[in-house]
Design a protein around this ligand. Structure first.
Ligand code: GMT
Length: 372
């Protein structure tokens, strides 16, 4: 099949998922064309039937904000026409599905492509924050031949909010278990040998609650010698640094900045903290579980479908850093429990979130949509 994909190419989970999906589809013999503002980092390696087309963004004094969505629309139309695309997969309704719909309308040669839209969460948050997007988001979803959500939670929230005329299909995110695994890296040189390693990985947006990570770590470090490794960067980094200093634990917290190859860093952890306010899925907890690292997260949104409380980690109320710390101490002082949770985490990933299983589901959906 000839497939087009639009996504946010930067290191967020939706971009990672879209890129990995494109690569997996290409390995299965499909031809995949990405249209984005920058080449997704995982695409830098040459692959025969994967193409990346970037959007040319012109700035013009008249435009206070360069119209990215319009440039993207034009590029989608060009690529679809040149390559006779059969199916377009938009990751996010706004702006990607809207652009694809407009591009489809512009096509003059050949058969128009079918559109599949995957919701990753922010569309809903966007509407929550700015109701003026409601009609456009609903229109984009209802004009797509199929809409998928990355968790049942997001599926239900979207239906509750938009009351769509067609059902949404849940297709979970996935990862490559050959890439994410335990002990793939030398046991952490980032922390003293006798220290346990607690890790947090995110884009440090307010929704990730990074200061909760530092607060919970403070309580843990009073009982267990430990180092906190913070991976990623973003607007809340300074706040996290400030709290660390205030609590007198700054020397035990290391900030690694953003890294592309998380699979080399995660196996160093004894556990990860992901205390998000909400999360429509939670790719980092999934990656940690594949590396046999237990997760301490929040019982919010889709995380509950990824992490099984008491089995592959522990889920706490949002903001309850005492509870996070208590669970962490329990795990760090009980080697058997930690190992068992890690093992069950990887087993859960294999059962529910493997690349094979999820790519099969997308492929079936594409077949269904294009045969209509
Ligand atoms: O969480 C972010 O800040 C990034 C965002 C994205 O666009 O990558 O993540 C969303 O999509 C991911 C992939 O489906 C999910 O794993 C994340 O849970 C979701 N983020 C939120 O819901 C906050």
């Amino acid at each position: 099949m000839r497939i087009g994909i639009t996504c946010h190419p930067t290191a967020g989970g939706s971009g990672v998922l879209a890129t990995d999906l494109g690569i997996a589809l290409a390995e299965r013999g499909h031809t995949v064309h990405f249209v984005t503002y920058e080449m997704p980092f995982r695409l830098r390696e040459f692959r025969e039937n994967v193409f990346c087309h970037t959007v040319n963004l012109v700035s013009y004094p008249q435009f206070r904000f360069p119209p990215y969505s319009l440039a993207l629309t034009t590029r989608i139309a060009e690529i679809a026409e040149e390559n006779d695309i059969e199916l377009w997969h938009a990751h996010y309704a706004i702006p990607h599905a809207v652009c694809a719909l407009l591009a489809r309308d512009m096509l003059r040669n050949g058969k128009p492509f079918k559109l599949v839209t995957t919701l990753h969460g922010t569309d809903i948050t966007l509407v929550g924050n700015d109701p003026s997007f409601f009609r456009l988001t609903k229109y984009a979803m209802e004009s797509s031949e199929a809409v998928t959500a990355v968790s049942n939670w997001l599926n239900e929230e979207t239906q509750r909010e938009f009351q769509l005329s067609q059902p949404i299909r849940t297709i979970y995110n996935f990862l490559d278990m050959d890439k994410f695994g335990p002990g793939k890296t030398e046991r952490c040189k980032l922390a003293p040998k006798h220290h346990k390693v607690i890790m947090h990985v995110s884009n440090f947006r307010p929704v990730k609650r990074v200061t909760d990570v530092v607060r919970a770590f403070k309580k843990v470090s009073e009982r267990v010698p430990a180092t906190l490794i913070m991976v990623g960067d973003g607007p809340e980094r300074m706040a996290a640094l400030g709290v660390g200093k205030q609590l007198g634990i700054a020397d035990h917290v290391k900030y690694l900045g953003s890294h592309e190859n998380i699979e080399a860093i995660l196996p160093c952890a004894d556990l990860i903290f992901q205390p998000s306010e909400h999360e429509s899925f939670g790719l980092v907890p999934l990656e940690a579980m594949a590396c046999e690292v237990p997760v301490i997260g929040t019982a919010s949104g889709g995380i509950c479908e990824v992490v099984e409380h008491g089995v592959t980690g522990f889920l706490c109320e949002v903001g309850n850093t005492d509870s996070m710390a208590d669970y962490a101490i329990q795990l760090l002082t009980d080697g058997h429990l930690a190992k068992e949770m890690g093992r069950r985490g990887r087993e859960r990933v294999a059962r529910l979130f493997s690349r094979e299983r999820i790519v099969d589901q997308y492929e079936e959906l594409y077949e269904e949509v294009t045969s209509k």
